[in-house]
Structure formats: structure tokens, C-alpha cells
Design a protein around this ligand. Structure first.
Ligand code: PAP
Length: 327
């Protein structure tokens, strides 16, 4: 990955330990869409830096029973889910009412309120997770297969948010063009769709990530809650209540639900100064996380034939799983 100032540190490869270099030299690798090189580890494609973050996390992260871990494929609603769950679990400490103008979400980007596990484990290995207030709220893109053992063995809760793959792809396409123009120039849209359908992009394949958590949610519904961006969009309040029930948040007033929906809506968050003008410590502009926030926005970017290619791929991969994603 280049050292362009807009690229977050967790995507840079400058700071690897020797053990990781040795491991990497044994892994399948390819030039990738959005990155100069990516490596296949436990079935998923990663940059060297993200792989280092995942390895550190697997080694050092000790989950607590009260932890809440939000999991997504990139561009599947991470920022929104972070805001919603942060507002929900902190509603006693930080009441969400339109009259209170000092809610943390009004002055802080959701990514700074909810740490990104593998990013922190790469960028700031000394970060002390034990200092986070309980229940600790964190997020990750790590696949179910590669989660730290303690996450699986403890009683911590996982909320997984999935998004329609065409919207997810298009969101990543636009994000990548902004963030890493040098690694997208040689990837016209057709080639990027091809890579996506081969599962070859950071964190991919898309379907393995989704299906692992889908099955985990079927097998252990008290441990993994599966939500979708589309349902969140269509009935945010209903989904908030479902998440609240899953997390054992106690009863929640209808008025509180309405206030959380409003505070965390695309229109509200994207219009805040912190999310229009701000930057994360790694240099990435906060506005990059707010583009359109729509269902079906892929139509502006994908031709019918590219859309069909993604549909065919996903249909084949999801066959027999019982999972259907609306678009
Ligand atoms: P990340 O995984 O890199 O953190 P993530 O937040 O999942 O990114 O993706 C950003 C997408 O969520 C953007 O979608 P788009 O490109 O199709 O527009 C962004 O607009 C959308 N998004 C961010 N905040 C919200 C929100 N409050 N409501 C709905 N969508 C949102």
C-alpha cells in the first residue's frame, strides 16, 4: 500500500514484526484491487498491515462476557451500527433527547467512540482495552473463523450487519477511488467486479464472511444477532428494539427509540460538523464514511450486466443457506 497521507495506518505495511514477515512469505499473495498486494490467510485476503492487526488481536485480545462486538464486511453499515449501538447502550449516561445538545455522537465521529479491533491492534498495540467502560463496545471486520478464541468461548455478544453486495461493492468502489486512487486506476469497474466475484478484495470473499456469521446466528442465536442494512433502513426502530432485546438492554421507551433513530440517521450524522470537516487520527476524512446512505444506490454505478454478474455469483454461493438479501 502506498504511504499516501489519506491512507489509514492500518492499511500501511511499514511496521511488521519478523514473525509476520515469515508467515507472509509462506502465504498465497496477489496484486489486489485497492491494494498493491494482498495475502490469503485463513481463507481471507488481507493487506500485510491488517494481517498483523488480526494476528495481534488473535494473540492478545481477551474477551469479557459483557463485551459487545459489532461485525461487518467493510461498507456494510459499520459507522451507522456503531452510532446506533453506542447510543442505545449509553442512553442512561448520555440521554438521547433532541433537547440535549451535548451527546457524544454530536461532537465525535462514531469511529472514535467505538474502537476497531484489528486497526487498533496494528496502529496502537499499547492501547489498553481494559480501560474501556463496561460493557465494552468494539467493532471488527474479522471473519468468524479468525475471531480470537476468547470471543468464541466467552459469553460476549456479536451483532453482525450485512448489506446487499451490490451496494456494498459500489460503496467500496467509491471509497477506494477517493482513498487509494493509485490502486484503483488500473482497476476499471469491470475488473473490480471480476475481483469481487472471485472473492479477491480486502476481507473477501464477501459470501464466506456473511455465511459464517449467518450460520453462527442460526446455531447460537443468543450469541450472534444477524441484522441487515436494508432492514435497518426500512424499520430502524424495530431493529433497534431487536438489538436492545438481544443485548439485554432492559426496556426501552418508544420515545427513546425515536430519538436514537433520529440522532443516528444519515441526514443527522452526515450534517454534523465533525462528520463533514473532521479527520480521524489516521488522516482519513470523516466525510468519506457518509456518501449516499441508500438502498439500491448501486444503479447509479453498475450496468445491468455487471449487476447480474454479482447477483449470479451471490445466488450460487448462498444457495441452500436459507439467506436471502433484498436489494
Ligand atoms: P466502514 O466499514 O469502512 O467503516 P461503513 O460505515 O460500513 O464503512 O460504510 C459507509 C456506508 O454506510 C456508506 O454507504 P454509501 O457509500 O452507499 O453511501 C455510507 O453512506 C453509509 N452510512 C454511513 N452512515 C449511515 C447512516 N447513519 N445511515 C445509513 N447509511 C449510512
Amino acid at each position: 500500500m502506498s504511504s499516501s497521507s489519506s491512507v489509514p495506518d492500518y492499511l500501511r505495511d511499514d511496521d511488521l514484526i519478523q514473525e509476520t514477515r515469515d508467515l507472509i512469505s509462506s502465504l498465497p499473495s496477489e496484486k489486489g484491487w485497492l491494494v498493491s498486494r494482498m495475502y490469503q490467510f485463513q481463507g481471507r485476503w488481507h493487506t500485510e498491515a491488517l494481517l498483523q492487526g488480526i494476528l495481534n488481536c488473535q494473540k492478545d485480545f481477551e474477551a469479557q462476557d459483557s463485551d459487545i462486538i459489532l461485525v461487518t464486511n467493510p461498507k456494510s453499515g459499520t459507522t451507522w451500527l456503531k452510532a446506533l449501538v453506542f447510543a442505545l447502550i449509553n442512553r442512561q449516561k448520555f440521554p438521547v433527547s433532541s433537547s440535549s445538545g451535548n451527546h457524544p455522537l454530536l461532537v465525535t465521529n462514531p469511529h472514535l467512540l467505538v474502537p476497531f479491533l484489528e486497526g487498533v491492534y496494528y496502529e496502537s498495540p499499547d492501547f489498553d482495552f481494559s480501560e474501556l467502560p463496561s460493557p465494552r463496545l468494539m467493532n471488527t471486520h474479522i471473519s468468524h473463523l479468525s475471531l480470537p478464541e476468547s470471543v468464541k468461548s466467552s459469553s460476549c455478544k456479536i451483532v453482525y450487519c450485512c448489506r446487499n453486495p451490490k451496494d456494498m461493492f459500489v460503496s467500496l468502489w467509491h471509497f477506494g477511488k477517493k482513498l487509494a486512487p493509485e490502486h484503483t486506476a488500473d482497476y476499471p469497474l469491470e475488473k473490480a467486479v471480476e475481483a469481487f466475484c472471485e472473492g479477491k478484495f480486502i476481507g473477501g470473499p464477501f459470501w464466506d464472511h456473511v455465511l459464517e456469521y449467518w450460520y453462527a446466528s442460526r446455531v447460537n442465536p443468543n450469541k450472534v444477532l444477524f441484522v441487515t442494512y436494508e432492514e435497518l433502513k426500512k424499520q430502524t426502530g424495530v431493529e433497534i428494539k431487536r438489538i436492545a432485546e438481544f443485548l439485554g438492554c432492559g426496556s426501552i421507551e418508544e420515545e427513546e427509540v425515536r430519538e436514537i433513530v433520529k440522532l443516528c440517521s444519515f441526514e443527522s450524522l452526515s450534517s454534523l460538523e465533525i462528520n463533514r470537516e473532521g479527520k480521524l487520527p489516521n488522516g482519513i476524512e470523516t466525510k468519506a464514511f457518509f456518501r449516499k446512505g441508500e438502498i439500491g444506490g448501486w444503479r447509479d454505478t453498475l450496468s445491468e450486466s455487471l449487476a447480474e454478474k454479482i447477483d449470479r455469483t451471490i445466488e450460487e454461493k448462498f444457495r441452500g443457506s436459507g439467506l436471502k438479501l433484498s436489494c
